[in-house]
Design a binder for this molecule. Structure first.
Ligand code: AMP
Length: 269
């Protein structure tokens, strides 16, 4: 496995490989990331994983500074899977010409997390766009856990890079149901138990919520009772009607963004 820090070295290493799978990450690699990597290895000739904590997508300085960094462990995990290359660029390598806030992205970016993290998805799309220009992948693998992010990137890529496919990979969870996330290391044992309870509560009641047998206000109260400190949003969306072209069939999903202590978690069920 090659570890590359510089854009020009990466371009040389990739040698215009046509069947390239790309897995963008911010590190603190866990089984959720590894499931994306495994899928890429299965579907593509070469797999490249990036580890880059993208500062512009953080709204709070503290959140960026506290983002867990475990590079040595990450590299070992990726080595074991026989990834072809890990790209760990510097900020300068990526943002040599400054941040671009002018990419045209879908208005879904203003909803859910976007309401609470202004500019977040613009920054995500900017960095993915920069990676695409360097790597020129055939496929990009992203997690269903961050479904809003996947949808916005997928829409941007389909509009701007007709040949690149964005593959959505299912959410990997801990045994208690908590979606794996780099931020989970910031949770106390008690908070991890609470996040499991919240997931199981939503999963159990999902169809009653869809049928309006339980109101979102009731659900909100219950989640706070279970131990959440704050709920940014809990919404039901038909995922077939988020971004045009819509599909006829209905596929509802619950989207939630909430806090346990000072840690913000997102999930969709
Ligand atoms: P991150 O390092 O948090 O930016 O995540 C990198 C990629 O891994 C994103 O496409 C995430 O959606 C995906 N991902 C994160 N957690 C999970 C999970 N539990 N299951 C599947 N994919 C995930």
């Amino acid at each position: 496995m090659k570890i590359i820090y510089k854009k020009n070295d990466l371009i040389k290493f990739l040698k215009h490989e046509q069947n390239l799978g790309f897995v963008p990450t911010m590190g603190n690699i866990h089984n959720g990331h590894l499931s994306l990597v495994k899928k890429s290895i299965k579907e593509c000739k070469k797999t490249i994983v990036s580890i880059f904590v993208n500062k512009p997508q953080f709204n709070k300085k503290n959140d960026f500074n506290n983002y867990p960094k475990t590079l040595k462990k990450d590299i070992n995990l990726l080595k074991r899977l026989k990834v072809d290359c890990v790209y760990m660029p510097s900020e300068k390598d990526i943002y040599h010409d400054g941040i671009n806030k002018k990419n045209k992205i879908n208005s879904f970016s203003k909803k859910l997390c976007g309401k609470y993290r202004p500019g977040h998805f613009e920054a995500v799309v900017d960095v993915i766009n920069r990676f695409i220009k360097i790597i020129k992948p055939k496929k990009i693998f992203m997690g269903e856990k961050d479904y809003q992010q996947y949808k916005i990137v997928e829409h941007f890529v389909s509009k701007n890079y007709k040949k690149i496919i964005v593959v959505c990979c299912k959410t990997i969870r801990e045994r208690n149901g908590t979606a794996l996330s780099s931020r989970n290391v910031l949770l106390s044992i008690k908070e991890k138990v609470v996040s499991g309870h919240i997931y199981n509560f939503l999963k159990k009641n999902k169809y009653n919520i869809f049928k309006n047998l339980l109101t979102l206000n009731f659900i909100r109260r219950k989640i706070l009772e279970l131990g959440a400190n704050k709920i940014d949003y809990i919404e039901i969306l038909d995922i077939n009607k988020i971004i045009k072209p819509y599909r006829k069939s209905k596929k509802n999903r619950i989207f939630i963004g909430y806090y346990l202590g000072s840690t913000r978690l997102v999930d969709n069920i």
